[in-house]
Design a protein around this ligand. Structure first.
Ligand code: CMX
Length: 435
């Protein structure tokens, strides 16, 4: 059975021809006008990027290479005794569009375990960070510093041909994903004082090793949660801040460590990945104010007070989605199976029953339904990972899978430098002066 790299080396030439054909047949066609509002309005709906790993439908949610989350849960290989998909298999799917065999997934687990060590100087950088520096800033520092050993940067300096870019990019992407657990684990233990890091177990899968580095290796349910968590957070098509940033920075031929470091800085924003931290802070504040087992009325008043204070309800709304996020639903199903009586899970369910109506009444949010971040923190808290400042780091570990898959393809297909056109407001006025 071919390795992932062998399979890619077969797929890339065929896809180069495919893209040539698409461009020859359709390259000069246009779809849809550009409205001035889109320039001022965060480019919502503006067709601008090619992204092959996943597509987001506003009503249905995400599909990874055409497969919904329940289909991925069904089709992708599992760990012995487990029922959630192994993220190794999801990565294979994102990169190739194919479902890997159990053996191919096991090989990937071994490959990543073998690449997992981080350079000593990166350990030192992390050890010197004050614990008050946000875990996401530490994460981004460490990932950026991995560029020291980038195979792509070295190959570029050595004069590699453009046709070969994808190969060292692939190696960097594999190293990047493989090293993230050691970085995340070190940050967690440094910041929250949780003892010494264990060694990577070469015989275990990625999620197991990540859980062990965080101190939860003995908790099989938590390991299963991480398998699901990484799978569903991996990719959300190309226009979201972290994915697009990675692609943009990669287009300058910055190596995958530099590109993904930039992704992480975008993920660290409260309207994007940091929302999972914000949700838990908000829930805890709500409990402090109105107590546990509060009435629907009390929850409603609290939600209104958030809105009236000029703040967003974290975990609700989305720039593209217009229905409940299937990533929320997948986590809810996990909770129903593993922690149905958890009080915080019950509060999340109660909030689901009151927030959409309130957001509709408030009349601003285009999507009143919950997104992925409304649920993730509750699951992590249940198993004892209560430090919410750390939650976005786990989102970041997962997001590397989607960004890396696209970086490999961008270099494989020779994607050009991104350079869209910007306009000043006076130029817009001039353009429509007499129209
Ligand atoms: N609570 C209160 N107001 C909200 C809201 C929410 N959850 N969601 C949207 N709105 C408001 C917007 O702030 C905006 O207000 P203004 O007109 O005053 O600027 C208005 O409704 C219209 O916004 P929109 O078109 O519906 O949403 P956007 O595409 O601009 O923004 C998002 C999308 C996610 C940033 C927004 O819904 C939000 O801030 N949600 C809360 C934060 C959150 O959960 N982010 C995580 C998203 C998932 C992820 O990336 O991880």
């Amino acid at each position: 059975q071919p390795t992932l790299k062998e399979r890619l080396s077969e797929l890339i030439p065929a896809e180069i021809e495919n893209v040539k054909r698409i461009r020859a047949e359709h390259g000069k066609k246009t779809f849809g006008p550009v409205a001035v509002d889109q320039l001022y309005g965060g480019m919502r709906g503006l067709p601008a990027l090619i992204w092959d790993g996943s597509v987001l439908d506003a009503e249905e949610g995400i599909r990874f290479r055409g497969k919904s989350i329940p289909e991925c849960q069904h089709l992708l290989p599992k760990a012995p005794g487990g029922s959630e998909p192994l993220p190794e298999g999801l990565f294979w799917l994102l990169v190739t569009g194919e479902i890997p065999t159990q053996q191919q997934v096991e090989e990937l687990s071994k490959d990543w375990a073998a690449r997992a060590a981080i350079p000593e100087f990166v350990e030192e950088i992390l050890d010197r960070c004050p614990p008050t520096l946000h875990p996401m800033s530490q994460f981004s520092l460490a990932v950026t510093a991995l560029n020291h050993d980038s195979a792509f940067a070295k190959a570029y300096q050595d004069g590699i041909s453009k046709k070969e870019y994808w190969s060292p990019t692939f190696e960097d992407c594999m190293d990047l994903i493989a090293k993230l657990p050691n970085i995340a684990g070190r940050i967690y233990r440094n910041v929250f004082g949780q003892g010494k890091l264990p060694a990577i177990d070469q015989a275990k899968d990625y999620s197991h090793n990540l859980a062990a580095l965080l101190g939860f290796g003995d908790n099989e349910a938590f390991v299963e949660l991480l398998r699901l968590y990484i799978t569903i957070h991996s990719d959300h098509e190309g226009g979201n801040v972290s994915a697009h940033t990675g692609k943009l920075v990669g287009s300058a031929l910055s190596d995958p460590f530099l590109a993904f470091g930039a992704s992480l800085n975008g993920l660290a924003g409260p309207l994007h990945g940091l929302a999972n931290q914000e949700v838990l802070i908000w829930l805890r504040k709500m409990q402090d104010k109105i107590g546990e087992n509060a009435s629907d009325e009390a929850v409603k008043d609290y939600v209104w007070s958030t809105l009236k204070g000029g703040q967003v309800v974290p975990g609700y709304g989305h720039a593209v989605l217009r229905k409940t996020d299937p990533r929320y639903t997948a986590q809810r199903e996990f909770a129903m199976k593993h922690l149905p009586d958890d009080p915080l899970f019950k509060l999340v369910g109660q909030i689901y029953n009151v927030v959409p109506d309130i957001l509709l009444q408030a009349g601003k949010a285009k999507n009143p339904w919950p997104n992925v971040d409304a649920h993730s923190g509750v699951l992590l808290t249940h198993y004892g990972l209560t430090q919410m400042q750390f939650y976005t780091v786990l989102f970041g570990v997962s997001r590397a899978f989607g960004v890396a898959a696209q970086l490999i393809w961008d270099r494989g297909l020779g994607a050009p430098l991104e350079r869209p056109k910007s306009y000043s407001s006076s130029a817009i006025e001039m353009m429509f002066k007499d129209k």
